[in-house]
Design a binder for this molecule. Structure first.
Ligand SMILES: [Zn+2]
Length: 142
C-alpha cells in the first residue's frame, strides 16, 4: 500500500484537546457531537461530523484508570477518618461503599471518553485511516 495523505484538518490532532473533548463525552474531532450512544457504548459515528468511532479499543483501560483515580482520591480519606475518629465499621461501610460506587459510575464514561479520544488523536486502532485524500481506488477496505 502506498503512502496515505490526510485532509489538512487531519494533519494535526492535539492530544490534550481531544482528551478534553472526550472527557466531556464529546467527539474528539469536532467537539460537538456526542461520543456515546448509551452510558458506556461508544457511538459508531459522530452525529455532527460523521467521524467513525467504531474501531476504538478502549477495552479494560477505562475501569483500570477509574479505579486508580478513585482509589487515590477516596482511600486516604478512609484512613484519615479511621485514624482520627475511629467510627464503627457499619458507618464506614454505609458511607464509603456508596461513595465509591457513585464516583466510579460517574467517572467511568469520562475516562473512557478521554481514552477513546486519545486513541483518535494518536491515530491508533484504525483512527489513522479516516478520510484519505488521495485514494484513487478503494483498496484497503475489507
Ligand atoms: Zn464530530
Amino acid at each position: 500500500m502506498s503512502t496515505t495523505e490526510f485532509n489538512s484538518d487531519d494533519h494535526k490532532r492535539s492530544v490534550p484537546q481531544a482528551m478534553g473533548r472526550g472527557a466531556m463525552l464529546k467527539c474528539p474531532k469536532c467537539g460537538k457531537g456526542s461520543l456515546f450512544a448509551k452510558y458506556l457504548k461508544a457511538a459508531d459515528h459522530c452525529p455532527s461530523c460523521g467521524e467513525a468511532f467504531f474501531h476504538h479499543r478502549a477495552d479494560d483501560a477505562p475501569p483500570y484508570f477509574t479505579m486508580l483515580l478513585i482509589g487515590h482520591l477516596v482511600f486516604p480519606g478512609i484512613f484519615l477518618v479511621e485514624r482520627h475518629y475511629q467510627p464503627p465499621m457499619w458507618l464506614h461501610f454505609s458511607v464509603w461503599i456508596p461513595l465509591l460506587i457513585v464516583l466510579c459510575l460517574a467517572l467511568l464514561p469520562v475516562v473512557k471518553g478521554a481514552i477513546i479520544a486519545m486513541q483518535w488523536a494518536l491515530r491508533m486502532h484504525g483512527f489513522e485511516t479516516t478520510e484519505p485524500v488521495t485514494s484513487g481506488t478503494t483498496d484497503g477496505e475489507n
